[in-house]
Design a protein around this ligand. Structure first.
Ligand code: ADP
Length: 234
């Protein structure tokens, strides 16, 4: 099985009434699992659309996406949900934590309703401890700061040991100190877990930590550049 994502001839349009918005046009990209990629571009350029296709949260209008050797356009229903569960961790900008669940329950929630022999409480506890949140395990998300909520969202994304960690504007709701802590955390996780990391960001500082920067403009790849290991975090 390859450890890559291949996007071939991807187009994505949205229909609103009779108006078609072409969000992505003729995208051809390859991502390797040992990379830390930042996708940058101005608002409305298509970054979130690209990330939601990579996360199998949406489907392209045309083109093919292969993730870790699987053609995801052929997957539907439970098979798609299983693939996503096994392969992808997604961190949303507004965290999307379930407000009535405690932190540890939020982290365990991807396993709810699944038959599994994994001791996921133990895994969730280990992750919360690793992310410095052990004393918040039984708190509700509303009792946590923005940075803490984000770490819970990261723990939830990682509890199933995904091959890919995708994050949409991960520092968009953080102050500069928490954003710096977040950079360090991504760096550590990349080293320890070996998952590919792809972030969408407006934050130039975060983008500079990546090993590769892809700039999107008007739904197309405008430019790509690689960072040397000494410039990037990993
Ligand atoms: P970015 O993340 O770079 O801000 P998006 O991917 O959110 O850009 O949006 C790209 C384009 O697609 C924009 O013109 C946006 O208005 C449009 N768009 C995004 N999502 C939808 C949707 N669900 N329905 C209609 N248009 C959408």
């Amino acid at each position: 099985m390859t450890n890559a994502i291949l996007m071939t001839d991807i187009n994505k349009s949205y229909m609103g009434g009779n108006v078609e918005t072409r969000a992505l046009l003729d995208i051809n990209l390859e991502f390797q699992q040992d990379e830390f990629t930042a996708i940058v571009g101005s608002s409305g350029s298509g970054k979130s659309t690209l990330l939601s296709l990579l996360g199998t949260l949406d489907k392209p209008t045309s083109g093919r996406i292969e993730i870790s050797g699987v053609d995801v356009s052929r997957l539907k229903g439970n098979r798609l949900a299983d693939f996503r569960f096994e392969t992808i961790g997604f961190v949303f900008q507004h965290f999307h934590l379930l407000p009535t669940l405690t932190c540890i329950e939020n982290v365990m929630s991807p396993f709810y309703g699944r038959r599994t022999i994994v001791n996921y409480r133990e895994k969730a506890e280990a992750l919360l401890s690793h992310l410095g949140l052990v004393d918040k395990a039984n708190s509700l998300p509303s009792q946590l700061s923005g940075g803490e909520q984000q770490r819970v969202a990261i723990a939830r994304a990682l509890v199933n040991e995904p091959k890919w960690l995708l994050a949409d504007e991960p520092t968009g709701n953080l102050d500069s100190r928490n954003a710096e802590v977040f950079y360090e955390l991504l760096y550590q996780l990349k080293k320890e877990l070996g998952c590919g990391i792809i972030v969408v960001t407006h934050d130039q500082q975060l983008a500079e930590k990546a090993t590769r920067i892809i700039e999107i403009k008007d739904g197309r790849v405008l430019q790509e550049r690689a960072h040397s290991a000494s410039e990037a975090l990993c």
